[in-house]
Design a protein around this ligand. Structure first.
Ligand code: KMH
Ligand code: ZN
Length: 275
């Protein structure tokens, strides 16, 4: 499961935070692309994208998504991953239509989970549809895992419906969501016992679990996701300045761990994304 280098994914916006929470949250196209450029300079290889409308509210507008994919491709070499998770209120039809924007990669959440005070719905039939549509379009999935049982669902998905586009399985453990699995070393170790053979994994810890999960993932030979989608505190009592600050910290720790950041082209080779 381990590789010599570390894939650093930045999740710069998400669907939950606002500019009132954190002023440098990238919500416009220009802010997002400038953030992607800055994060690439300090070690990110992939960007996990949620977009906003003119009122900075989460949207899955297909025209905007297409424009965003094109702009990030033009100004960076990053692997472009679109969220099919969206916001908890987004209908399945809009979440499936995200794939028509033809990103390199897209998230595929592996089960329903309580999400703070809300419910993040992912029915089995919907997961299967995402998996199949991604393969039809040559889009490489990242299987998002919010709780341990979702890893058994991943085994079931792969057993019944076969490997994804690119032939490689990559999962992202999203830890510490209120309602999901805890964000600590013991839970990460339990998750790793359930990850399919030959798969790679990233991990991210939401909120105060960010640093414990970052250290645990690096020491377990895994990859990492960081960004304002998951964390708006840099340290106790200190707001994140910008996404590049979080990527730079992860890059520094990856180098200390003797597993320096992968370039975007190395990430493509790892994930099975076409060059
Ligand atoms: N915003 C969350 C409800 C994903 O991007 O695929 C879902 C989410 C997962 O962020
Ligand atoms: Zn997301």
């Amino acid at each position: 499961m381990s590789t010599p280098g570390t894939l650093i994914t930045v999740a710069p916006t998400g669907a939950e935070h606002t500019k009132a929470d954190v002023p440098n949250l990238p919500v416009t196209l220009e802010e997002l692309v400038a953030t992607a450029e800055a994060c690439e300079r300090v070690g990110a290889a992939m960007v996990h994208i949620h977009i906003r409308d003119d009122d900075a509210k989460p949207t899955l507008d297909l025209g905007r998504l297409r424009e965003t994919v094109a702009a990030v491709r033009e100004r960076t070499n990053l692997v472009v991953q679109l969220s099919t998770g969206g916001a908890v209120t987004d209908p399945e039809s809009d979440r499936l239509a995200v794939l028509d924007a033809l990103p390199d990669s897209a998230s595929c959440s592996m089960g329903t989970v309580n999400f703070g005070d809300d419910v993040f719905m992912n029915r089995w039939e919907f997961i299967v549809e995402l998996h199949i549509r991604m393969r039809d379009r040559g889009i490489v999935p990242e299987y998002e895992i919010f709780d341990l049982g979702q890893l058994t669902s991943l085994h079931r998905l792969l057993d019944k419906h076969g490997l994804p586009a690119g032939g490689h399985v990559h999962v992202d453990l999203v830890m510490g969501v209120p309602g999901g699995m805890a964000g600590d070393t013991e839970t990460l170790a339990a998750a790793l016992r359930l990850i399919p053979d030959g798969a790679t994994f990233s991990a991210t810890g939401v909120g105060r679990t960010t640093l414990p999960v970052l250290f645990a993932a690096l020491s377990a030979g895994g990859h990492v996701r960081v960004g304002m989608e998951d964390t708006i505190s840099y340290a106790r009592g200190e707001r994140v300045k910008d996404n590049a600050q979080l990527v730079a910290r992860a890059s520094g720790l990856a180098r200390i761990a003797q597993r320096p950041p992968l370039t975007p082209d190395e990430a493509r080779a790892l994930l099975g994304v076409a060059a």
